[in-house]
Design a binder for this molecule. Structure first.
Ligand SMILES: *Cc1c(COP(=O)(O)O)cnc(C)c1O
Length: 284
């Protein structure tokens, strides 16, 4: 009944080495998640060491520069023989890896999102802020239905007012209006993304004003740009959001803020831009 996971990437540099992006942050998030779920967790060092070993052992599966990355999936699950509702008697921590390309099947084309008004992803007091396996099964239906209608992903609303933006199935959401970039606060019902946090820092460095605040779905009508962030998607531009049968469109492509943020992030992750924030861990 207890299970949490992480997802991070290693990018191959021109010199053949592999660069892991902020593994310590993933370790910290797993530790915080484990506390919420009453699970013991690996220490930060144990976690980072396990991820490093997984990357070294699977180095030959890491795609060449610009052709994708090696995705690493650490998991912590309850195990042992027990039937009742109580913390498991034993736990397993393991990691595995796979080469990956683009997360969405349309590649890097702008996303078309569907605002879900019926099904909710997380509620206050729940575990929306934890990368818990229990958060994903319940929204498969919304996701499958949206994809069947041709959308790329679902944009969930808050469960109380059904009015404020939360996030996508596995990515955080941002809107841009003028020089101001806004994103919902990580106050328990959304997953506190490490890409989200990194993009906030990069945006401030690039001169944008960044606000973490409740964003009403109606604000989409005035937004210049919408984009989403996550380990799997990177920084992905959103071309349209469909809400109550109306399709709202946004600026995409060259000269967009999304493009600038995305290329800076990828530059740091792949070693093309100097890592002055100490985000990248080089693995031989
Ligand atoms: C993993 C995930 C994200 C993105 O988090 P990153 O740390 O940036 O990869 C956002 N939302 C949900 C629901 C997620 O599961």
């Amino acid at each position: 009944m207890q299970g949490i996971f992480e997802g991070m990437k290693a990018h191959r540099k021109e010199d053949g080495s592999l660069l892991l992006f902020r593994p310590d942050q993933h370790a910290i998030r797993m530790k915080i998640g484990a506390e919420r779920m009453c699970m013991p967790s690996p220490s930060i060092d144990q976690f980072v060491d396990a991820v490093k070993q997984t990357v070294v052992a699977n180095k030959r599966w890491a795609p060449p520069p610009r052709k994708g990355s090696l995705y690493i999936r650490p998991m912590l699950i309850g195990s042992g023989s027990a039937l009742g509702v109580h913390p498991a008697p034993e736990y397993m921590f393991f990691t595995y890896a796979s080469p990956v390309g683009n997360y969405f099947k349309q590649g890097k084309a702008p996303l078309n999102l569907y605002v879900e008004e019926e099904l909710i992803r997380a509620a206050p007091g729940g575990v929306g802020g934890v990368k818990s396996i229990s958060n994903y099964g319940p929204v498969m239906k919304a996701l499958v239905d949206a994809k069947r209608q041709g959308f790329s992903d679902v944009l969930y609303l808050d469960s109380v007012n059904k009015k404020y933006l939360e996030e996508l199935s596995a990515a955080n959401i941002f809107i841009l209006k003028g020089n101001v970039i806004s994103t919902p606060p990580a106050s328990g019902t959304i997953l506190p993304g490490i890409t989200r946090k990194s993009v906030i820092d990069i945006a401030q460095d690039l001169g944008y004003q960044v606000e973490e605040r409740a964003i009403s779905v109606d604000e989409l009508r005035e937004a210049d740009e919408v984009f989403c962030t996550g380990t799997a998607v990177g920084v992905a531009s959103v071309g349209s959001v469909t809400y109550q049968g109306r399709r709202i469109e946004f600026k995409v492509g060259a000269n967009s803020a999304c493009q600038a943020l995305g290329s800076t992030l990828v530059g740091i992750q792949t070693g093309l831009i100097e890592d002055d924030k100490d985000w990248v861990l080089k693995i031989a």
